[in-house]
Design a protein around this ligand. Structure first.
Ligand code: HEC
Length: 112
């Protein structure tokens, strides 16, 4: 291989990588958006009656928008096992649905 072929190969590689990066991130964004929408549907089915329309709490229960990015483990534990007046959801919701709920809550959180 001549030096110039190696150089042009590197160039082609660099161009291919930089051309694919936005495609990958657009795909990721679309997947995130799909999870958020699925989470909204799960929320409306199972959580809205107690936690409020569009996560807006009426003061009787915990306001889910207060959960911060570091609260995922606490969220999963409370949702799976229940907490005081809240029933456990582990026999009702799949891990995927709980992940979708988290995506929806994080997308609407007070503190992103
Ligand atoms: C029957 C009413 C009811 C339903 C339905 C309900 N919750 Fe709750 N939830 C509560 C109450 C009441 C609390 C406050 C518990 C407490 O005293 O700390 C709570 C608290 C929480 C908390 C905070 C717990 C903590 O760590 O402090 C999370 C997270 C939560 N709920 C998520 C959900 C999700 C997700 C759903 C839907 C799958 C849901 N809840 C459905 C009543 C409900």
């Amino acid at each position: 291989m001549t030096r110039s072929t190696a150089k042009s190969r590197r160039l082609v590689f660099a161009l291919a990588v930089s051309a694919l990066a936005p495609v990958a991130s657009a795909r990721e964004a679309a997947r995130d958006q799909a999870a958020i929408e699925a989470g909204e549907a799960v929320y409306n089915n199972y959580c809205q009656t107690c936690h409020g329309d569009r996560l807006v709490n009426t003061g009787q229960t915990f306001d889910l928008r207060r959960l911060t990015a570091g609260d995922r483990a606490r969220f999963e534990n409370s949702v799976r096992n229940g907490k005081s007046q809240m029933p456990p959801w582990k026999d009702v919701l799949s891990d995927e649905e709980i992940g979708q709920l988290w995506a929806y809550i994080r997308a609407n959180a007070n503190q992103k």
